[in-house]
Write a protein that binds this ligand. Structure first.
Ligand code: SAM
Ligand code: SF4
Length: 475
């Protein structure tokens, strides 16, 4: 496909690029970090205030190990205080890896001739969805390369197919998207197919770095990508997900730019993005990047904690790119959603679990290939409540994370009971006996903790109904 820049000029006057690199660097270079300021800022976040760029820069500049521990501790307290123990589970489903872009970090890039190019047909998509339903999944993110074949109509069609699949007791109840940006009519077509969140990661907010790693195709256009989720909003997609690919440029710059992106959304649309993703670059076939900016584990944990404090009401997504020990660590610092049973191979779920990856059919290397049940089991044993809840989306309550955060009692009234109900469904339909036993113990403990709450009798009733065979119950 020939990239015609004029086709991707931003025509809507209301939509403007909003990242100023000098401004971001000024905040990083000129904001001192004192013990007292760091503590005040942690407290402001615990008081449910979204942090300014200057305040975030203070946290980014904290180098004293004790202060860094305090930041992590602050993030942990915020997570416990606001969100409790729920962790939402989802799975990525790769629909097609055709791609006309040439992103130097990605196995799907057009120059990589070693990769097998596959687009799932309807039957294969149904088989993949069925395999995911049979694991116990209810929430998927569909992923696509960028290619003329993957039009808005094509994507909308694949979403509709996924929603039609029913198997035994299960079905997919929320489909999110990670695909190339569209124009406003394109986003509208996709929205009408019933999607939840549309994710577009800026990869790097630093323009010269962006230019150096995006060497072909439409994705070379930084501004088209930067403003993509504004177009999604204009098209009526209320839940959008932003992200940066950590390892391309200085991590502090990317964190502050993500916060700037959030500010922009709040200023223009009065609501922040639904989720933030912070993938770290992993090995991939024909990976071709400068290793100077790779983010080490210590920095990664720090950046997750700082993001948690800076944008306290945004959902945070952590994927199987990260190894188990890092996943377990950062879960405590504010992550709200993780994937489970992940398989990036095109058509891979219906083939069953595999021990090693074949990078000629996958975008990048993952480091956690546990099954969904292994992850459920561990979450339950560590006291988390795994959740497949989709109630807000189904009831038209968009911006669920914001409501969890800002509406007093929302979590106790809706989120926790719904998490327990979806856990009970999972235990009935998919869990082996030992997970089932532990899971019901957790449910009973949590019901006792909610004892004085108005919904608790109804909750007990609904758990009973699920045991008796009813499904899809929520508040
Ligand atoms: N083609 C669409 C696009 O570029 O927006 C869909 C995105 S891609 C399939 C999903 C995301 O994976 C990218 O936005 C990028 O952040 C991430 N990614 C690509 N290569 C990666 C790698 N080697 N390691 C980790 N994440 C990677
Ligand atoms: Fe294509 Fe997306 Fe990979 Fe870039 S990141 S090569 S656009 S699939």
């Amino acid at each position: 496909m020939i990239y015609k820049p004029e086709k991707y000029a931003i025509k809507d006057e209301r939509i403007k690029p909003f990242i100023d690199a000098d401004e971001i660097w000024n905040f990083i270079n000129k904001t001192p970090s004192t013990k007292q300021r760091v503590r005040e800022i942690i407290q402001a976040s615990l008081d449910k205030k979204r942090l300014s760029l200057e305040e975030t820069a203070v946290l980014l500049n904290a180098e004293d190990p004790d202060l860094i521990e305090e930041i992590k501790e602050g993030a942990r307290t915020l997570k416990e205080k606001v969100y409790g123990e729920r962790i939402v589970l989802f799975a990525p489903l790769y629909v097609g890896d055709l791609c006309t872009n040439n992103c130097q970090y990605c196995g799907f890039r057009s120059e990589n001739k070693g990769i097998k190019r596959i687009t799932l047909n309807e039957q294969q998509l149904i088989e993949e969805t069925t395999a995911l339903i049979d694991q116990g999944h209810k929430r998927l993110i569909l992923v696509y390369g960028e290619h003329p074949k993957y039009t808005a109509d094509f994507i909308a069609e694949t979403v509709k197919i996924v929603y039609t699949v029913k198997h035994n007791h299960g079905e997919i109840r929320r489909v999110n998207i990670n695909a190339a940006p569209f124009d406003i009519p394109g986003f509208r077509t996709i929205k009408d197919s019933g999607i939840g969140t549309f994710q577009v990661f800026q990869e790097t907010y630093h323009r010269p770095t962006y230019a150096s790693v995006h060497l072909g195709g439409v994705k070379r256009n930084y501004d088209w990508r930067l403003t993509s989720l504004d177009r999604a909003q204009e098209a009526g997609i209320d839940d959008v997900g932003i992200g940066a690919l950590f390892g391309l440029y200085d991590w502090r710059f990317e964190v502050l730019s993500l916060v700037r992106h959030v500010n922009h959304f709040e200023a223009v649309y009065n609501v922040g993005p639904h989720t933030i993703s912070f993938p770290r670059i992993q090995n991939a076939m024909s990976l071709n990047i400068n290793k100077k900016y790779l983010v080490n584990d210590e920095e990664f944990v720090r950046l997750v904690s700082i993001l948690r404090l800076a944008v306290p009401y945004t959902g945070m997504i952590l994927t199987a790119r990260e190894p188990i020990h890092i996943r377990n660590q950062v879960l405590r610092f504010g992550v709200s959603q993780i994937d489970g049973g992940t398989n990036l191979e095109l058509g891979g779920y219906s083939k069953g679990k595999k021990q090693t990856q074949d990078l000629s059919m996958e975008q990048f290397q993952i480091n956690d290939n546990r099954s969904l049940n292994e992850i459920m089991d561990e979450l339950i044993k560590t006291g988390y409540i795994p959740s497949f809840c989709t109630a807000c989306y189904r009831l038209g309550r968009t911006g669920e994370h914001f409501m969890e955060f800002s509406v007093p009692g929302f979590i106790k009234r809706f989120c926790s009971p719904n998490a327990l109900l979806t856990l009970a469904e999972y235990l009935e339909d998919y869990a082996p006996e030992d997970t089932k036993k532990e899971g019901y113990q957790l449910i009973n403990n949590k019901i006792s903790e909610l004892a004085s709450h108005q919904n608790v009798d109804k909750l007990k009733e609904k758990v009973g109904e699920i045991k008796a065979g009813k499904r899809d119950l929520y508040f």
